[in-house]
Each structure stands twice: as structure tokens, then as C-alpha cells.
Design a protein around this ligand. Structure first.
Ligand code: HEC
Length: 126
């Protein structure tokens, strides 16, 4: 039996992802992917909107959407300014449909959702 067969598949996958994380590409680390998959805004009303509208795309690494908690992916977007980001959500951008699928969200709700998604995962541990 080879070493590869004896290691549980999840461990092998984690090691593989961990190795590729150091090769200079900016793909999110396994920790950030896990964070994105599980975290929701603390306020229940905002969490409900997030889960209904934004999470489908922003919580999984398979989409081009910047992942929730992936600070490196969000920083260049935040640099455009919050007003621009809200405008881009409202009009839609690339793979994101207009309003990010939240047709009844107002600008303040979009700002809160964006702040939540753009908060780097690692800062939550401090
Ligand atoms: C159907 C998938 C999808 C949904 C649903 C979605 N997004 Fe996105 N979002 C994307 C993709 C893809 C991008 C990257 C677009 C690009 O860079 O071309 C993106 C980018 C963004 C950006 C960055 C815009 C910029 O100017 O760089 C913000 C902010 C954003 N989304 C917020 C939201 C919010 C808030 C929600 C929920 C109300 C949401 N998204 C729902 C797919 C989605």
C-alpha cells in the first residue's frame, strides 16, 4: 500500500492546496475558503439577505466572484471607493447580475454586505 492510499483523501487535498498556495498565485487559502463557506453576517436581517442573494457566488471558490473574507481579492475593489462598488452591484458586473440578485436592497444594505464580505478572514481571529 502506498503512502498516498493510506492518507485520508481530505488530508491529501489539504496538503495539495497548501502547497499550491505558496506558488505566487493569489487564489484563496483553504482557511479563507472554509471561512467563506461558513460565515454569515452577525445581524440576522443582513444574514438573511446575504444567504438569499450574495452567498451563492461569493462563498465558493468555483465562481470568479471575490470570496467573502479574501482580503487580497477585495482590496483592489475597495480602492475604487464604496460608492463605485455599490453602483457596480446595482448595474451588475461581469458574472454578477444587477443588484446581485437582491432587487429590494437599498444602498445602505449593499454597503453593509460589502463591508462584511470584504473583511479579511484572518482579522476575525484577533
Ligand atoms: C450570480 C453570482 C453573483 C451574485 C448572486 C452576487 N455576486 Fe457579487 N460578484 C460576482 C462576480 C462574478 C463578481 C466579479 C465581477 C467582475 O470582476 O467582473 C462580483 C463582484 C462583486 C463586487 C465587486 C464589484 C467591483 O466593482 O469590483 C461587489 C461589491 C459585489 N460583487 C457585491 C455583491 C453583493 C452585495 C451581492 C448580494 C446582494 C452579490 N455581489 C451577489 C457574482 C455574484
Amino acid at each position: 500500500m502506498t503512502l498516498h492510499q493510506r492518507l485520508p483523501r481530505a488530508v491529501v487535498a489539504t496538503i495539495a492546496i497548501g502547497l499550491t498556495a505558496c506558488n505566487g498565485d493569489h487564489s484563496p487559502s483553504p482557511e479563507i475558503q472554509a471561512h467563506a463557506a461558513h460565515s454569515i453576517p452577525a445581524r440576522p436581517a443582513l444574514a438573511a439577505i446575504y444567504q438569499r442573494s450574495c452567498q451563492t457566488c461569493h462563498a465558493r471558490g468555483t465562481s470568479d466572484a471575490p470570496l467573502t473574507g479574501h482580503g487580497e481579492a477585495w482590496q483592489p475593489r475597495l480602492d475604487k471607493g464604496m460608492d463605485t462598488l455599490v453602483d457596480n452591484v446595482v448595474s451588475g458586473m461581469g458574472g454578477m447580475p444587477p443588484y446581485g440578485l437582491c432587487m429590494d436592497c437599498n444602498a445602505e444594505q449593499f454597503r453593509q454586505l460589502i463591508r462584511f464580505m470584504a473583511t479579511p478572514a484572518e482579522t476575525e481571529e484577533h
